[in-house]
Every structure is written in structure tokens, then in C-alpha cells.
Write a protein that binds this ligand. Structure first.
Ligand SMILES: Nc1ncnc2c1ncn2[C@@H]1O[C@@H]2COP(=O)(O)O[C@H]2[C@H]1O
Ligand SMILES: Nc1ncnc2c1ncn2[C@@H]1O[C@@H]2COP(=O)(O)O[C@H]2[C@H]1O
Length: 442
């Protein structure tokens, strides 16, 4: 690829991200963008150079600086001084140690640094994780036992990995095409799985709703970047205050979460955790401990950010305000509402269309985001009228019964849907409220 082509691709990507994120500070946004691109590319080259050296190969004749650093055995400073810590984010980074903390969406004067210089001033260096600096040049995802999680063994079998492109939520047997990974030097880790692992991935992890928003290529990338990790009962998987390295999906077992020593939450198979530190470049918000023996799938920070970050952030901010205003969900914590938002999707119906039909099987629970609908029962007519913030469709999911009524749009209707597994897992105490308010019993 010529320099000009590379230049054009960079500008196109910047343009795409600019349009998606609509930043308030244009120059700062561009600065962050290019800083991050440079950091990612240098990290990748560094890791490849190290591998190549080990094998006695010459891979990057043009990267003399890197070659010199490798010979000196010193780790070059590839860190963007701002990291991927976009000042447009509403979350603050590492306030206690960052000399230039970010407060509320606009950069402070101290953020204006212009080179890959003092690592001291970088937010990357302000935590004291036992696993070393985040985003230091690394050869693939950091091994879990580097943070003293003894007995927490990553499996990596030697069979050929393959994928079935025709099935949206299934991984089987066809190699990934590295050409699809982009031109900026970043390459996701690609792990190999046994057929037994693939079966388990298909049966559980692949169906996680966080992945449902992904296109085919992104899903493949994510799946093969996952790494199986086993956490025996009592393992501290994440420590509050550490920097974020991995995002986890639970295949088996239960994980407990503690904030300042207080248990705040538990989550089981099909759930995920460890996203906050990766999304907001903040320290880990909670400690995660295996309540039982757990099988987890870990996704490295960079792959999470590159592929899952945008959709997840978008959903959380899109549904945050709406969910806060729903009386049924008042008992949920803001973290529980965020997890709920991850599982939601929006659907639109025009006047006269049925959202659910009496007698049919039910797969979804609904909230009305805007518009109105009638609840109609055969033989009875309209039994109830629904407006913004109302919910319906809970009976079929609560009692595994056919739909008890038809719900028909009476004005252009926008609903937010929650699938069966999310309904059972994410509504928490609200499920008891739903049972108490069963309309067939009033
Ligand atoms: N109540 C909670 N507050 C914050 N984090 C929580 C809570 N419950 C579960 N978690 C998870 O615990 C994880 C700890 O690491 P992260 O901060 O990266 O992401 C956090 C969440 O995924
Ligand atoms: N009187 C009612 N009888 C039955 N369903 C009702 C009534 N009022 C509202 N509904 C809602 O209509 C929905 C139809 O699908 P579900 O049976 O899953 O859940 C039902 C309730 O959410």
C-alpha cells in the first residue's frame, strides 16, 4: 500500500469516528485519534519484532528505531500521552495520581501534551497494578497468572481453529482472514480451540447479547480473541483499583463482586464483567471473586475497545435516561441499569401493527419508549391502554405461557425489547414487582 493510500485510509477512519462521536473539541479529538493510532501501531510492531528476533527472522527492516530498542532490550515509550482517554468521556481517570485530571467532558489545560514523552505524566502509569503498565508493548494478551492468580490456568489447545461463516451465532471450522483486520497495524490475538471448546463456545458464550450487535467479521474476531480461563473457587479474578486488562464472559460458575469490601452483586453463566475499566480507562470499580469454580472467557483490552466499546457505550447512553424513569426499575442500581441497557434493542411498529399476539409463544419483554398501544383480549376487547414508560409481555416469560393478550400499536410505536435470558437474569428484584402486578389477577 502506498503512503498516499495509507494516508487516505487514516483520514477516512478519522472521518468515520468523528461522525460517530460528534466531539465538542475538534482538535483534541484529532490529536487523540492520531496519538492512539500511533501507539497501537508501534506496540504491534514492537511485539512482532520481539517474536521475530526470537525466531531469528527479520520482519521489519524499516523500523530501525524499534530494532535498536530491541537490541538494547529496553522497552520503547509507545504511549500516547493522552492514551485512548478521550476527554469527551464523562468518566474521570485515576484522579488521585493524574496530575491533569479530566473532569467533565472538556480537556483541562494540562492535557495539551504533544509528543510521546514523559511516561510519568501519562494516565497509563498512574496505577500500581501488579500486572505492570497497561498497554505497555506486549506480546498478545497478558497471561492471567502474571498477577499471581495461581491455579487460574489458561487453556490453549493446539487444534486448528475454523469458523462457519453461514451461521450468525456459531463458531466452527474455518480460518480467519487476517486481511480483514484493518491497515493500522493492530491485530487481535487469534487463539486455537479444541472442538470441545468450540462446542462450549457455541452453546453459551457466542450467544451473549453483547455480541449480538456485531457483524459477522467482528463476531469472528471477538470469538477467536477469547481465551479460556479457569478460576477455582475463591480466586480473585479482578481487584478493585487495579488497571483493566481483560473483559470476561462467564461460561460456568458464579462470580461475586465487592466494592470497598461490601458484596454488591453476583453473576452467573451468560453474564459478563470487567467492562468498566476498559470502557472508561478507569481503575477497576469492584473486586471480582469466584464464588464457585468458574470457567471464564477473557477478551483483551484492545480487542474489547476496538470492537465492543462503541456499541456498548452507545447502548448505555441511549437507554440510560429512559431506564432511570421507569418506575418498575427504581430498585435497580445504576450499574444494574447499565447491564440491562446492554441487553436491550429497539423496535418500531406502525399504527395497527401487533407487537404480540394472543395465544402465541413469547420471547421478549417490552417497554414503551414512545407512542401508544392497546391491550386486547379476545371476547373482551380493549382491556388496557399503554403509554410511554409502560411495559408488557411479562406474563409469557414469567409463567412460560402463551401470550395472554394482543398488544396493538395505536400510534407510531417505539418499544425497547429484552429477551428471555436477559429478563430472567437482569431484572433482579423487579421480577417480584412484575409478579405482584400481574394484570390477570387484578
Ligand atoms: N455494583 C457494581 N459496581 C461496579 N462494578 C461492578 C458492580 N457489579 C459488578 N461489577 C463489575 O465488576 C467489574 C470490576 O472491573 P471493572 O470496573 O472493569 O468492571 C466492573 C463490573 O463489570
Ligand atoms: N388484563 C390483561 N390480561 C392479560 N394481559 C394483559 C392484561 N393487561 C395487560 N396485559 C399485557 O399484555 C401482554 C400480552 O403478552 P403476555 O401475556 O406475555 O403479557 C401480557 C401483559 O403484559
Amino acid at each position: 500500500m502506498s503512503n498516499f493510500q495509507q494516508y487516505t485510509l487514516e483520514l477516512e477512519e478519522l472521518d468515520r469516528q468523528f461522525k460517530t462521536q460528534n466531539p465538542t473539541d475538534v482538535l483534541q479529538f484529532c490529536y487523540n485519534y492520531f496519538g492512539n493510532r500511533l501507539q497501537q501501531q508501534r506496540q504491534y510492531l514492537w511485539s512482532q519484532k520481539q517474536k521475530a528476533d526470537t525466531l531469528g527472522l527479520t520482519l521489519f527492516p524499516s523500523t530501525d528505531e524499534i530494532a535498536r530498542d530491541v537490541q538494547r532490550k529496553s522497552v520503547p515509550q509507545f504511549k500516547n500521552t493522552l492514551s485512548d482517554n478521550d476527554p469527551h468521556t464523562k468518566y474521570q481517570t485515576l484522579e488521585s495520581e493524574d496530575p491533569h485530571p479530566i473532569s467533565s467532558g472538556e480537556p483541562s489545560a494540562g492535557l495539551f501534551k504533544t509528543s510521546f514523552e514523559s511516561s510519568q505524566a501519562s494516565p497509563f502509569h498512574t496505577t500500581t497494578s501488579s500486572s505492570g503498565a497497561a498497554l505497555s508493548p506486549t506480546d498478545g494478551p497478558r497471561p492471567f497468572n502474571s498477577t499471581n492468580y495461581s491455579g487460574f490456568a489458561a487453556l490453549s489447545a493446539k487444534s486448528t481453529m475454523r469458523i462457519n461463516a453461514n451461521r450468525r451465532t456459531s463458531v466452527s471450522a474455518e480460518a480467519l482472514n487476517p486481511e480483514t483486520f484493518g491497515e493500522d497495524g493492530w491485530k487481535p490475538p487469534v487463539h486455537q480451540f479444541t472442538s470441545e471448546q468450540l462446542q462450549r463456545l457455541n452453546a453459551s458464550v457466542v450467544k451473549n447479547f453483547l455480541f449480538s450487535q456485531l457483524d459477522e467479521d467482528s463476531l469472528k474476531t471477538i470469538i477467536f480473541a477469547l481465551e479460556e480461563k479457569r478460576a477455582p473457587q475463591g480466586t480473585e479474578i479482578i481487584k478493585q483499583g487495579d488497571e483493566g486488562d481483560f473483559f470476561y464472559v462467564v461460561e460456568k460458575g458464579t462470580v461475586d463482586f465487592f466494592v470497598n469490601g461490601q458484596k454488591v452483586n453476583s453473576s452467573g453463566p451468560g453474564s459478563s464483567f470487567g467492562e468498566l475499566a476498559l470502557m472508561y480507562n478507569s481503575p477497576r470499580a469492584a473486586t471480582a471473586i469466584a464464588q464457585t469454580d468458574c470457567i471464564l472467557w477473557a477478551l483483551d483490552r484492545m480487542t474489547f475497545r476496538r470492537i465492543l466499546l462503541e456499541g456498548t457505550s452507545k447502548k448505555r447512553s441511549m437507554y440510560e435516561k429512559f431506564l432511570k424513569e421507569i418506575p418498575l426499575l427504581k430498585s435497580l442500581s445504576s450499574y444494574e441499569r447499565s447491564k440491562l441497557a446492554d441487553a436491550l434493542n429497539s423496535e418500531f411498529y406502525s399504527v395497527g401493527q401487533n407487537v404480540v399476539t394472543e395465544g402465541e409463544a413469547g420471547e421478549n419483554f417490552y417497554f414503551i419508549e414512545s407512542g401508544t398501544a392497546d391491550v386486547i383480549k379476545s371476547g373482551e376487547g380493549v382491556v388496557s391502554k399503554l403509554n410511554k414508560g409502560d411495559y408488557f409481555g411479562e406474563l409469557a416469560l414469567l409463567y412460560d405461557s402463551p401470550r395472554q393478550a394482543t398488544v396493538k400499536a395505536t400510534s407510531p410505536l417505539k418499544v425497547v425489547t429484552l429477551g428471555k435470558s436477559g429478563f430472567q437474569r437482569l431484572l433482579g428484584p423487579a421480577v417480584d414487582v412484575l409478579k405482584l402486578q400481574d394484570p390477570t389477577k387484578h
